[in-house]
Write a protein that binds this ligand. Structure first.
Ligand SMILES: *Cc1c(COP(=O)(O)O)cnc(C)c1O
Length: 577
């Protein structure tokens, strides 16, 4: 179906070199392309940007999600109202003439792709192909398959995952790419392995056992799987009757069951069984994943963030002055000690004022730049325990009156009722504390508010229920801006934390690898204890040591927890073996 004459020279050029194909259900590349919901998507965007910085031969595949994730409105009680967040692909990207079809419910559904080039500040380019079923000739329902990120019911999700996995492989081949590795960022794209199995199928007359028709070793050689989910319930599963009805029999059901689970199609199992390299996203998460999936060889590559994207303007200027070349070589943060204390502090105050201006415009709350400010911004969902700091409100009030301010942001998934209740709870406490501890909850958290938050507060708070935070990345963003982490020992912080040096821990050491019950009171006690006796006194009475810790956040945390280090690991451990 490809018309060679209408294919651009640039795309032709791109197909000349074999590529690593990175598949992700969500990608957060810039604020006005709302095709992400949180950390997973932003990590995907950061990965692609870094591949461009390092001039890696990579291309990426995702869904167009024309209606975005959603725009969050909060009423005066903190009730979340969701509205669609439509955007216009043609403003940012080019529609390719290539079309392929996938079979859904027995129908041929046409899939087209938009090409968006991620350009590095140093010249590398990684194209992202945004798949789109809004094609003339498709039935109205089918045209909506790529409209909503994480929308709809199970059937809708399965259709999206067929388009992403199977449609993605087909379109890359139709364009003419030679793919050396398929990297699945989480299980949503695992169906791509089925397309590969079909591609490398051996003729039946060549094998003595029917099972050997399926060249699983060949497919495994091509595949890399990154899991991000430390809890069983978090993995996508589809009942086989739904799979048969919607996907049909792409490969025989008995073969599929062997690869993806007896009772239901488990997208993670499918990815694990057909990937030669499998990794968790932090060392702890590797252990947890090994426990959850015994028998699989699971490595770990700890996440990072894209240094240039997650450094605010004032720190960009400061680093340019003292550490030229830092953006493409974050190892230069090792020399952070050369930056004078006063300049680190004044740079931070600049970022703090920018955040406070935004807080005023967004919520009407006037914050005081001289007061110790805590930030908490991420998806509003129960395990992240945004309300842990309110476990004992009287105690918090006593410790923090006139000495603390707290800024929140975060969206709850439209179907996550407990996440929505969390936001409402924070709103009511905000009202109750307002004369003693000023609080604000920013509306419509996105990549822009995230950068303002991680650079404009003094302390970055993270209180997940262990061991559910596979990695977490917002704390790494904070470190890039000299903001000190105060966090439960989970995910990346187990590796980045040196008590009283890079930041502070909350709660006990992370010994468990499975979920254990509620530890709220123990964690909250520790949080109050440190806030009262260490953090607040240090901030107000020993600014010199405080700035030392900001330097350590940069020189020890940002130095390591960046995507440049992470991508080099993916290249040497996963892509080239
Ligand atoms: C980085 C980022 C996240 C991830 O936050 P965690 O604390 O790692 O969960 C979520 N949302 C947005 C908009 C981000 O930029």
């Amino acid at each position: 179906m490809m018309d060679m004459h209408s294919m651009t020279d640039e795309l032709l050029e791109l197909t000349k070199q074999p590529k690593i194909a990175y598949f992700s259900m969500e990608i957060g590349i810039q604020n006005d392309i709302p095709t992400y919901s949180g950390g997973l998507g932003v990590l995907a965007g950061d990965t692609i940007k870094t591949a461009a910085d390092l001039k890696l031969p990579m291309i990426a595949v995702t869904l167009i999600c024309r209606k975005g994730y959603f725009r969050q409105i909060l009423d005066e009680n903190g009730r979340q109202i969701e509205s669609p967040d439509p955007w216009e692909p043609s403003r940012y990207m080019k529609l390719l003439p290539t079309k392929i079809t996938v079979q859904i419910e027995g129908r041929d559904v046409m899939v087209q792709a938009w090409q968006f080039n991620v350009k590095s500040i140093i010249g590398g380019i990684v194209p992202i192909f945004f798949l789109d079923t809004d094609v003339d000739g498709n039935m109205p329902d089918d045209r909506e398959i790529t409209s909503y990120l994480y929308g709809g019911e199970q059937a809708y999700r399965l259709k999206q995952e067929i388009v992403l996995g199977i449609g993605g492989v087909r379109i890359l081949h139709e364009i003419g790419f030679e793919i050396k590795k398929y990297h699945m960022n989480e299980g949503h794209s695992s169906l791509l392995t089925l397309e590969l199995l079909n591609m490398f199928k051996r003729p039946i007359e060549d094998v003595w056992d029917e099972k050997l028709v399926w060249d699983t070793e060949k497919v495994k050689d091509l595949c890399v799987f990154t899991t991000h989910t430390p809890v069983e319930a978090g993995h996508d599963r589809f009942p086989y009757d739904l799979v048969s009805r919607i996907m049909g029999e792409l490969i025989p059901l008995n073969v599929l069951k062997e690869l993806a689970g007896k009772d239901s199609l488990n997208m993670t199992l499918l990815g694990l069984n057909l990937s030669e390299f499998i990794n968790g996203v932090a060392k702890k998460h590797m252990e947890v994943s090994r426990n959850m999936f015994p028998g699989y060889e699971i490595s770990s590559i700890t996440n990072g963030v894209h240094t240039y994207t997650w450094t605010c303007d004032s720190f960009k200027k400061l680093y340019d002055k003292y550490l030229p070349g830092w953006a493409n070589e974050p190892e230069l943060f090792v020399r952070v000690g050369r930056i004078p204390d006063e300049e680190i502090w004044s740079t931070h105050i600049e970022a703090k004022k920018i955040l406070f201006d935004y807080v005023r415009a967004n919520t009407g709350v006037e914050m005081d730049p001289d007061i110790l400010t805590i930030g908490f911004a991420r998806r509003a969902t129960a395990y992240k325990r945004a309300d842990l700091i309110f476990s004992n409100i009287e105690r918090l009030e006593r410790i923090g009156a006139e000495k603390l301010q707290i800024i929140y942001a975060g969206k709850a998934h439209p179907k996550d009722d407990s996440g929505k209740r969390l936001i409402e709870k924070i709103f009511s406490i905000k009202e109750r504390l307002k004369d003693k501890i000023k609080m604000a909850y920013l509306k419509n958290h996105n990549m822009d508010t995230a950068l303002k938050m991680v650079s404009g507060v003094d302390v970055w708070l993270n209180t997940p229920l262990r061991p559910r935070e596979a990695s977490g990345t917002s704390g790494m963003k904070a470190a890039h801006n000299g903001v000190i982490n105060f966090s439960v020992l989970d995910g990346w912080w187990i590796e980045g934390h040196i008590e009283g040096f890079t930041g502070w821990s909350i709660g006990p050491n992370p010994d468990e690898t499975t979920l254990i019950d509620n530890m709220d009171t123990r964690d909250a006690d520790d949080l109050y204890e440190k806030l009262e006796n260490i953090i607040i006194p240090l901030f107000y009475d020993n600014r010199h040591v405080w700035i030392r810790m900001m330097q350590n956040a940069i020189g020890k945390n940002a130095y390591y927890f960046n995507c440049h280090r992470m991508m080099r690991r993916y290249v040497t451990d996963a892509y080239i073996r």
